[in-house]
Design a protein around this ligand. Structure first.
Ligand code: S3P
Length: 175
C-alpha cells in the first residue's frame, strides 16, 4: 500500500460518510468526507454547485480535491458516488490507497434516500431522479467501482458495526 489511506467508494446511500467516521475511529485515523469538505470550501451545497456550474464544473472541482486528498496519510476518505467516472480519478484512487466499495441494491438505495429528509435539498438529480436513475447509473458505474475496489462490501441488512468489522479485518491483512 502506497500510503495509509483508505477510500470508501460506492453509490449514494451506501453509508460512505457514516462508515468513514466509524472506520477511522477503529483505526485511530482521521475521517474526511470529500463532498462536505468541498461544500465548506466553496461555501455552497453540491446541489447549488451543479446548478451554478453544471455537472462538469462540479466534476472539475471534485477531481482537483481528490488530487489533494491523495497526499493524506492515516485517513479514511468518503468519496462522492461519481468519483469513479473519470479515468484520471480512478488512476489516482488505485495508486494512492485502498478502495473499499460499499454496495447496496437499487431498491435499498432508493428507500434510504427517500428516508433522508435532507436528500432533496442536498442531492442534485443526475439523470431524471427516482429509482430509474439509480438503476441506470449503477449499471453504468458498476464496472468502474469494480475496477477500483480492493474489497467489495455488502451494506444491506447488516449493522454498521458488522460492516466495520469486515473492513477492519481486511485492512489488517493489508496495512
Ligand atoms: C454524486 C454523488 C454525491 C455528490 C454529487 C454527485 C454522484 O455524493 O458527489 O451529488 O454522481 O453519484 P454522495 O455519494 O456522497 O451522495
Amino acid at each position: 500500500m502506497a500510503a495509509e489511506l483508505v477510500f470508501l467508494i460506492g453509490y449514494r446511500g451506501t453509508g460512505k460518510s457514516l462508515l468513514a467516521g466509524l472506520l477511522a475511529t477503529r483505526l485511530n485515523w482521521q475521517a474526511l468526507d470529500a463532498d462536505s469538505l468541498l461544500e465548506e470550501r466553496v461555501g455552497r451545497s453540491v446541489k447549488q454547485i451543479f446548478a451554478d456550474e453544471g455537472e462538469a464544473g462540479f466534476r472539475d472541482r471534485e477531481a482537483a480535491l481528490l488530487a489533494e486528498l491523495c497526499t493524506k496519510q492515516c485517513h479514511v476518505i468518503a468519496t462522492g458516488g461519481g468519483i469513479i467516472l473519470r479515468e484520471e480519478n480512478r488512476a489516482r484512487l488505485k495508486a494512492a490507497g485502498l478502495c473499499l466499495w460499499l454496495q447496496a441494491n437499487p431498491a435499498t438505495i432508493w428507500q434510504r434516500l427517500q428516508a433522508d429528509p435532507r436528500s432533496d435539498e442536498l442531492r442534485p438529480n443526475l439523470a431524471g431522479g427516482g429509482l430509474t436513475e439509480i438503476e441506470q447509473l449503477l449499471q453504468v458505474r458498476t464496472p468502474w467501482y469494480r475496477e477500483c475496489a480492493d474489497l467489495e462490501v455488502n451494506t444491506v441488512d447488516r449493522t454498521p458495526a458488522a460492516i466495520v468489522d469486515e473492513m477492519v479485518a481486511f485492512l489488517r491483512t493489508r496495512i
